[in-house]
Design a protein around this ligand. Structure first.
Ligand code: HEM
Length: 138
């Protein structure tokens, strides 16, 4: 009980801290964070055929968050001046490629093609790296 008394304020402070940092996130950062969670979970079990239903649910979450991100503007768009429209067009094209790559993973998981699912999944990481290099600060 004494321990609980000490831990409760700590838990409140920690959860407030999380709420504050979340509030500062851009809408795209919120979508990306949700995508990241699903992506990491999927990475652990993409080769496990017994997790088919769960993997399809994780892929649906990745698809939802990437489609939502494609409708938003990255923070870096604000620094593009006259190039902004072209920059956003390039961003949306890369996001569309990413959404297609997610659909390929989905097709392989649906077909029970574990090796194909893993190969398609690995491509997501390449697109993520490229997307972050091209459109994300730091
Ligand atoms: C496996 C796929 C991906 C994962 C797991 C991922 C994950 C993340 C994470 C964790 C963040 C930081 C969020 C935060 O600060 O709270 C982020 C930010 C960002 N990501 Fe991704 N990402 C992926 C794919 C992509 C792709 C394909 C693009 C672009 C074509 C992209 C563009 C960005 C941008 C622009 C930001 C900064 C957000 C802003 O400017 O507001 N990401 N991503």
């Amino acid at each position: 009980m004494k321990l609980f008394k000490h831990l409760l304020p700590l838990a409140i402070v920690l959860s407030l801290g999380t709420a504050v940092s979340r509030a500062e996130d851009t809408p795209m950062e919120k979508e990306m964070s949700a995508m990241n969670k699903a992506y990491k979970a999927l990475k652990k079990q993409i080769e496990d055929p017994s997790k088919k239903a769960e993997n399809l649910a994780l892929l649906a979450e990745i698809k939802k968050t990437s489609e939502a991100s494609a409708k938003l503007e990255p923070k870096t768009a604000a620094d593009q001046g006259a190039q902004k429209a072209a920059y956003l067009e390039k961003f949306r094209a890369q996001m569309a490629d990413y959404v297609k790559a997610v659909a390929s993973v989905e097709t392989a998981v649906n077909a029970g093609d574990t090796a194909g699912a893993k190969a398609a999944f690995d491509k997501l990481n390449d697109l993520k790296k490229k997307g972050h290099e091209d459109f994300k600060k730091d």
